[in-house]
Design a binder for this molecule. Structure first.
Ligand SMILES: [Zn+2]
Length: 396
């Protein structure tokens, strides 16, 4: 048994002062205030109050459900042997689980990438069963961003690879991914979209409306068919107009759906981030990075799937359009505190519990008994000091 001590802990719904976190077999076995529980004599105690600062906060590891790459690697192109390099990079930013996310590409290439990602996900599950012990972020499922996107709101997804939704193509992608598709971004107004939404939802995929020019009724029809989330709210969406409300009115006013946003200060103005957080609230706002290969690397030219992206001073563009980000989850959390004056605890929640709940990841995103012991040690300012995956400290 391992017992972690710190100044505070965010479950994240609750804050515990002077907490003890008990870990057994990679899972959280108990969480309590120090005064309420004895530390067993045979336990290994890691006391973060003795770090000279005494202000360490334990929080769940961040879960990023929209991530294309980092540390120079693109998830559609990286080999199985290269992915651990990305996974380790992610843990330095507090991420313990993520959804590698595709972009629109030739169908054969997409299927080849899905097979590789399925291998990586299954290898991570195997290591969970005791066949490996790398303390690094794990791919938990695949997010298909495309190919069922609107031509009008495609962003940088190449138009030649966008297709109208059909059950046949969805099935092909599903088979290539061996059922590991956990999220799909789709424009609900496309012909055939509602049928594909309903089938994906039936398979427990988090269907997310986005890259969409939908009017209000079409967006609502998508939700009625089974969509429960929205992808990078405001970006690649029909803009909000007060007399032609469109998809954004549905995303911002429907209390049943969750929505994510890129809080890098580039994709969405800080004031609009505030508006979003106000609308979606503590339970339904989700932070993503939409990060691409250049994350953690110097300015230059990088690949995003089949797309060549220029990165200058943290801004990623292709043909003058925004093309992913170099945002990290820890910075997204700090930005939420800065832009909207949310407490660190609330900002952490949008990067952990809310993401995991939206994506149906019951063992992630919270520090409660039975959850995986995936956690991050934070400073009061939200800087990552240490990350643990399944109870093991990642090398920092
Ligand atoms: Zn993306």
């Amino acid at each position: 048994m391992i017992v972690l001590c710190a100044h505070r802990l965010y479950t994240p719904q609750e804050e515990i002062r002077d907490p003890l976190l008990f870990i057994e077999d990679g899972l959280v076995s108990a969480v309590s205030a120090r005064a309420e529980k004895e530390i067993p004599k045979n336990a290994t105690v890691v006391d973060f109050r003795n770090d000279g600062l005494g202000d360490a906060i334990l929080a769940p590891g961040f879960v990023d459900i929209h991530m294309h790459g980092g540390a120079g690697l693109d998830v559609m192109r990286a080999s199985l042997a290269e992915l651990p390099h990305l996974n380790k990079f992610l843990t330095t930013h507090g991420v313990t689980g993520y959804f590698p996310t595709t972009v629109a590409a030739p169908l054969d290439q997409t299927c080849a990438a899905l097979e590789r990602l399925a291998d990586a996900i299954e290898a991570a599950q195997d290591s969970h069963a005791g066949n490996g012990n790398a303390a690094e972020a794990h791919p938990l499922g695949i997010h298909l961003e495309g190919p069922f996107l609107s031509h009008l709101r495609r962003g940088v997804h190449p138009p030649e690879y966008l297709v109208e939704p059909t059950l046949e193509i969805f099935e092909r992608l599903w088979q290539a991914a061996r059922g590991h598709v956990r999220m799909m971004t789709i424009a609900p107004e496309l012909p055939g979209a509602l049928e594909v939404i309903a089938e994906a939802a039936r398979r427990k995929v988090l269907v997310s409306i986005g890259h969409s020019d939908a009017v209000l009724e079409a967006a609502r029809a998508g939700v009625k068919a089974g969509a429960r989330h929205a992808t990078h709210t405001f970006n690649a969406m029909r803009p909000l107009d007060h007399r032609d409300p469109g998809i954004l009115a549905e995303v911002l006013t429907d209390g049943h759906i969750t929505a994510d946003i890129i809080v890098d200060g580039i994709h969405v103005a800080p004031e609009v981030v505030q508006l979003f957080l106000h609308a979606k609230g503590l339970d339904r706002a989700v932070l993503i990075t939409d990060a691409m290969a250049a994350t953690g690397k110097p300015d230059g030219t990088y690949q995003l799937g089949p797309i060549q992206v220029e990165v200058r001073e943290g801004k990623c563009t292709a043909g003058g359009k925004l093309a992913g980000s170099v945002l990290t989850m820890d910075r997204a959390v700090r930005n939420v505190s800065k832009f909207a004056n949310w407490s660190l605890q609330d900002a952490v929640r949008a990067a952990t519990l809310n993401s995991a709940r939206a994506a149906g990841l019951a063992q992630h995103g919270q520090l409660v008994p039975g959850a995986e012991a995936n956690l991050v040690v934070l400073s009061p300012g939200g800087e990552v000091r240490r990350t643990f995956v399944r109870g093991r400290a990642a090398s920092s």
